[in-house]
Design a protein around this ligand. Structure first.
Ligand code: NAP
Length: 274
C-alpha cells in the first residue's frame, strides 16, 4: 500500500505550496484538499501543468460530514494516513469592521474548533511512524504573552487537558461577545487567541500520543510558516509561499526513527520557547 499525505486548505496559499513541495519530495500519494471542488480541481490542474501529480479530496473542515467522509476514504483506501498537515485557516483583515465578538466566534470556529475536530477524527487513523503538522502562527506566542498571568500559566502548563482548553476557548468567545474579554485576561486578537489554542492543543495531543501510543513513534508539532505572501497576509509579506512551506514540510518529513521534535512550536525549522 502506498504512503499517503493530506494537506487541508491547499487549493491556494501556503497549503498549495506545501502540496507542490511534497509532490517533489514525498515517496507516496499526496492529496490536495479544499472545501470547494472547483477551486480544488483547478489547483490540481495547475500543479499538473508543472508536471506534478497530486490527487484531490473534497474537505471542508467546518463540515463534520465532510471530515468524516474524508476520514473514511483514507481509512478504506489506504488503511489510514501517514502525513496530515492541518493548514486550513482564516483571518479577518485588520481593516475589517465586523464586531470583535463575531470575529472571535468565526475565527475560533475554523482555526481552533474545526481543526480540533479534524484532529479528533484523523489522529486515530494516523499510522505508526506518522507525522502531524498543525500550521499555527507566531501570533500564537504573541497572543500568549499578552494573556493574563493566570491564562499564560494554564497555556504553558503540562497538565492542561483538552477539555480545559476547549472551555477556555469557549470562554474567550463568550467574553468577546459580551465586550468583556479584556477584563477576562484576553488580548485584542481573535486570530492570535485561535492560534494560541491550536499550539496548546498540539502540545496536549503530542503528550497524549506519547502516553497512549508510545510504540507508534508518531511525531506531532505546531509551526509558524513565517510571514508569507498569500491572500491572507497580502503582498508585502517577506516570504514566498514556497518559502512558507519549508518548515511545515520539514516537520512532515522528519526521518523515520526520529524522536523529536514532538509537541513543539517550530519556526524556521527551530524549536521555539513556549
Ligand atoms: P490563504 O491564502 O487565505 O489560504 C487559506 C486556505 O485555507 C485556503 O485554501 C482556504 O480555502 C482554506 N480554508 C479556509 N477555511 C477552510 C475550511 N473551512 N475548510 C477547508 N479549507 C479552508 O492563507 P495562507 O496564508 O495560505 O494560510 C495558510 C495557513 O497558514 C493558515 O492556517 C494561516 O493561519 C497560517 N499562517 C499564515 C501566515 C501568512 O503570513 N500567510 C502566517 C502565519 C500563519 P478557500 O480558498 O476555499 O477559502
Amino acid at each position: 500500500m502506498p504512503k499517503v499525505a493530506l494537506v487541508t486548505g491547499s487549493n491556494k496559499g501556503i497549503g498549495f505550496a506545501i502540496v507542490r513541495s511534497l509532490c517533489k519530495q514525498y515517496n507516496g500519494d499526496v492529496f490536495l484538499s479544499g472545501r470547494d471542488a472547483g477551486r480544488g480541481t483547478a489547483a490540481v490542474e495547475s500543479l499538473n501543468s508543472e508536471g506534478l501529480k497530486p490527487l484531490f479530496q473534497q474537505l471542508d473542515i467546518n463540515d463534520p460530514e465532510s471530515v468524516r467522509a474524508a476520514r473514511d476514504f483514507f481509512k478504506e483506501k489506504y488503511g489510514g494516513l501517514d502525513v496530515l498537515i492541518n493548514n486550513a485557516g482564516i483571518a479577518f483583515k485588520n481593516a475589517d469592521t465586523t464586531p470583535f465578538g463575531t470575529q472571535a466566534e468565526v475565527t475560533l470556529k475554523t482555526n481552533f474548533f474545526a481543526t480540533r475536530d479534524m484532529c479528533n477524527e484523523f489522529l486515530p487513523i494516523i499510522k505508526p511512524g506518522g507525522r502531524v503538522v498543525n500550521v499555527s502562527s507566531g501570533m500564537s506566542s504573541i497572543a500568549l504573552n499578552r494573556c493574563s498571568p493566570e491564562l499564560q500559566a494554564r497555556f504553558r502548563s503540562n497538565d492542561i487537558t483538552e477539555e480545559e482548553l476547549v472551555g477556555l476557548m469557549e470562554r474567550f468567545v463568550q467574553e468577546a461577545q459580551a465586550g468583556a474579554h479584556s477584563q477576562g485576561g484576553w488580548p485584542d486578537t481573535a486570530y492570535g487567541v485561535s492560534k494560541t489554542g491550536l499550539t496548546v492543543l498540539s502540545r496536549i495531543h503530542a503528550r497524549k500520543l506519547r502516553q497512549e501510543r508510545p510504540a507508534d513513534q508518531i511525531l506531532l508539532n505546531a509551526c509558524c510558516p513565517g510571514w508569507v505572501r498569500t491572500d491572507m497576509a497580502g503582498p508585502n509579506a517577506t516570504k514566498s509561499p514556497d518559502e512558507g512551506a519549508i518548515t511545515p514540510v520539514y516537520l512532515a518529513l522528519l526521518p523515520a526513527g526520529a524522536g523529536e521534535p514532538h509537541g513543539q512550536f517550530v519556526s524556521d525549522k527551530k524549536v521555539q520557547p513556549w
